[in-house]
Ligand binder design. Structure first.
Ligand code: CP
Length: 355
């Protein structure tokens, strides 16, 4: 089955990802050629969780393409505050807009919303699960700044457990030949096992490190991330993790001259500001590349009939998902979708094991 929803970048082929990158580069070169490409089209941004870059870069992307935007960035100012379900909200909005960009704090929400949307729906982050358009941002940045998406040694550092941007990035770059990862975190915040499974399944080498200072000496890319305060059970647990990994001038002096530093942002002290002017610090430029990647994505989803994304084959399961952070816990009407992976039954919404 195929569709026009972007829930998980893993569903896209390498050719499709590269098509987005090529289109983004074309838009950067000749923005005037695209000024009316989406005349008359409407993008709805449904942001149930705070955002600066993702929301505003999607809105800017649509405006620069000649389209218009509607939406909310605080669900408490919408009928969600009166108890409206996800299903009803999405059913209605998809009869107003031509395309929807959605962020939600609950895992699997984008997949759930896509079941009820009549128009393409883009996952802009679902809890600690995935953030595919951040990965598009990262891919466009790597393509423009490193000139390749393969044969890269990538250090990812920080909250690798809750950081959805890292999960999407690893899943995507693991598809490219010659890439390897250094996973730099505390033992408490290491990547979920399903990400390790993906690395192993793709034959992608990885090392686990607890020292940013050691790891930084031999990397092509350092991808820093924030400790995700909002995903911790208690303030004490967050306090124990914050500021463990801080990229400062002393550590950066150990890094190769051609290493680039990326960060999905927002930054909360994990990169000292004196590094911002170092030519290797590309995180602000990265956010700008993201807007072009999102322009390309909107265009391909709305205008390229051949640009269809593979849909995972799911079945109705007898088991309920036990992940307390899964959307099936809060939206009780959802079907119990599951799929098979490596002989295990996985939740069709949050990708956690359910059998
Ligand atoms: N990188 C990112 O998702 O930033 P925002 O939370 O500001 O959208």
């Amino acid at each position: 089955m195929t569709n026009k929803n972007l829930i998980d970048l893993e569903a896209m082929t390498v050719d499709q990802i590269e098509k987005i990158v090529r289109k983004a580069r074309k838009i950067m070169q000749s923005p005037d050629d695209f000024r009316h490409a989406c005349d008359g089209k409407i993008l709805a941004t449904l942001f149930y969780e705070p955002s600066t870059r993702t929301q505003m870069s999607f809105q800017t992307a649509m405006l620069k393409l000649g389209g218009r935007t509607i939406g909310f960035d605080n669900p408490m100012n919408s009928s969600v505050a009166k108890g409206e379900s996800l299903k009803d909200t999405v059913t209605i909005i998809s009869s107003y807009a031509d395309i929807i960009a959605m962020r939600h704090p609950v895992e699997g929400t984008a997949m759930a919303a896509s079941l009820y949307s009549k128009v393409p729906l883009i996952n802009c982050g679902d809890g600690g699960h995935l953030h595919p358009t951040q990965t598009l941002t990262d891919i466009v940045t790597l393509s423009c700044e490193k000139g390749r998406l393969d044969h890269l040694k990538i250090g990812v550092c920080g909250d690798l457990l809750n950081g959805r941007t890292v999960h999407s990035l690893i899943k995507t770059l693991a598809k490219y030949e010659g890439n390897s990862f250094v996973l730099i975190s505390t033992p408490e915040l290491c990547v979920p096992l399903y990400i390790i499974d993906i690395l192993e399944k793709n034959g992608c080498p990885y090392e686990i490190s607890h020292s940013l200072s050691d790891a930084v000496a031999d990397l092509d890319v350092l991808y820093m991330t924030r400790i995700q305060r909002e995903r911790f059970k208690s303030e004490e647990e967050y306090e124990a993790q914050k500021y463990v990994f801080v990229l400062d001038r002393e550590k950066l002096d150990r890094a190769p001259e051609d290493m680039i530093i990326l960060h999905p942002l927002p930054r909360v002290n994990e990169i000292t500001v004196d590094i911002d002017d170092d030519p290797r610090a590309l995180y602000f430029k990265q956010a700008q590349y993201g807007m072009f990647g999102r322009m390309a994505l909107i265009l391909l989803l709305l205008q390229d009939e051949d640009f269809v994304i593979a849909e995972r084959e799911t079945q109705i399961s007898e088991h309920c998902c036990k992940n307390p952070k899964c959307v099936t816990q809060s939206e009780a009407y959802l079907p119990r979708l599951s799929y098979q992976k490596l002989g295990m039954q996985m939740c069709g919404f949050c990708d956690k094991r359910i059998d």
